[in-house]
Design a protein around this ligand. Structure first.
Ligand code: NAD
Ligand code: MG
Length: 385
């Protein structure tokens, strides 16, 4: 395999740092060419000094001088600001973008990379939730692959390798159930952020950890799967599998089911996406069939975890509804993480915003941007933020 130059958007996050671990472990296969961060200047500088990228961008412009000064003795080009993060995606100096920014903020840089004709290793699911039709259409036009990093979607992608035109009957996304599996609303009403941030199987960024606790994450993943694999809503099912060993399944039209399994470790789907179509040997811990273990499956509790029901509604409704859902949810999670609202209020906020913002059946990109802004404003007005 030729050495691939990787542009990591969101290099200081949970996915970004694990991707750099993968690059560090495979220096003949990968180099880090672009690194971007929102506010963690200290870590960005450390990463730049170690990986010697072509370009770094710090989103927070107040931190430009600090980064610039720390890297003044190197050849690393330093930029700052939200616009710069999107603009550097248009500079032709990399082979693949790892889209690892969290939330709606990841959409524009990713669109720019596709515009430039660069393959995408996609962790940022919100990009597809917000504007999946436009993103996938542009990728098809440019003939570039969108390779999923999200573990469930990586599993499905891996199950589909070699299947050609064989028809999918349905896909089954597995959900760990999060830290509050089996709990009821009378418990959830009092849940505080520290408890919600304790995920049983995965260590991830704050936003996705809260989304995993509310099951919104699985809802976003249903919408992500629709676009990635060109499915109808009714072909997408969620099953709770608390052990997180089966990462997802595909059932074909003959009833045969393929599953992808392994210990939960995001480095695996990250390195798979970066090296695709090759696999890279590693020394990560292996699943051991000799150790006693049971794999279980159950239906999600949609009455308690209503976010998953709301996301399913948005999936079926289509148009700008997933965009509305996502924007309201980003505000809700932000407010919950600042102790401004309770755990169950997050769902209320999303539901009210979905009822309020005008529905558009086939939005343009600008209409998605406008919908996002309107939904954020409305959701924020509910907590007087
Ligand atoms: P994180 O919060 O740990 O990191 C987010 C990164 O994005 C950081 O580098 C941060 O600087 C940057 N960022 C944040 N806000 C930004 C903004 N407004 N503009 C530009 N950059 C910004 O998040 P994470 O857990 O690494 O998740 C990243 C994405 O990957 C999310 O979309 C998440 O859903 C998805 N994902 C994560 C995991 C996981 O294990 N962490 C698994 C599957 C999917
Ligand atoms: Mg996932």
């Amino acid at each position: 395999m030729n050495q691939k130059r990787i542009a990591i958007f969101g290099s200081t996050g949970s996915i970004g740092t694990q991707a750099l671990d993968v690059i560090k472990a495979n220096p003949d296969l990968f180099t880090a060419e672009i690194l971007t961060a929102q506010s963690n200047d200290e870590l960005l500088i450390k990463q730049a000094l170690f990986f010697n990228p072509n370009i770094v961008v710090i989103g927070d412009e107040k931190k430009y001088q600090t980064v610039k000064t720390a890297l003044s003795h190197t050849n690393v080009k330093v930029f700052a600001g939200e616009a710069a993060i999107a603009e550097v995606a248009l500079i032709d100096c990399y082979d693949i973008m790892l889209a690892a920014i969290v939330g709606y903020a990841g959409l524009r840089p990713t669109l720019n990379a596709i515009e430039l004709g660069k393959p995408i290793a996609l962790a940022n699911k919100e990009t597809l939730v917000v504007a999946g039709d436009i993103v996938m259409r542009l990728a098809a036009e440019k003939r570039i692959p969108i390779i999923p990093v999200d573990s469930e979607h990586s599993a499905i992608f891996q199950c589909l390798v070699g299947e050609g035109r064989n028809k999918i009957e349905k896909i089954v996304l597995t959900a760990s159930g999060g830290p509050f599996l089996g709990k009821k609303p009378n418990f959830l009403v009092n849940v505080k952020k520290d408890h919600a941030l304790q995920h049983p199987n995965w260590s991830m960024g704050a936003k996705i950890t809260i989304d995993s606790a509310t099951l919104m994450n699985k809802g976003l993943e249903m919408i992500e799967a629709k676009w990635l694999f060109n499915l109808d809503a009714h072909q997408i099912q969620v099953v709770v599998h608390p052990q997180s060993i089966i990462h997802s399944l595909v059932m074909f039209n003959d009833g045969s089911i393929k599953a992808q399994m392994g210990l939960p470790d995001m480095k695996l789907p990250i390195q798979y996406a970066l090296a695709f179509p090759q696999r890279i040997a590693n020394d990560f811990p292996r699943y051991d069939f000799k150790k006693p273990s049971t794999l279980t499956f159950e239906e999600p509790d949609l009455k308690t975890f209503r976010n998953l029901a709301l996301a399913t509604d948005a999936l079926y409704k289509g148009g700008n509804m997933p965009c509305i859902l996502n924007a309201a949810n980003e505000i809700a999670v932000f407010a919950f993480l600042r102790n401004r609202i309770g755990f169950l209020d997050m769902t209320e906020m999303v539901e009210q915003t979905m009822a309020k913002v005008s529905f558009i059946e086939q939005p343009t990109l600008q209409e998605y941007f406008d919908t996002d802004a309107e939904a954020r404003d409305f959701a924020a007005s509910l907590v007087h933020m």
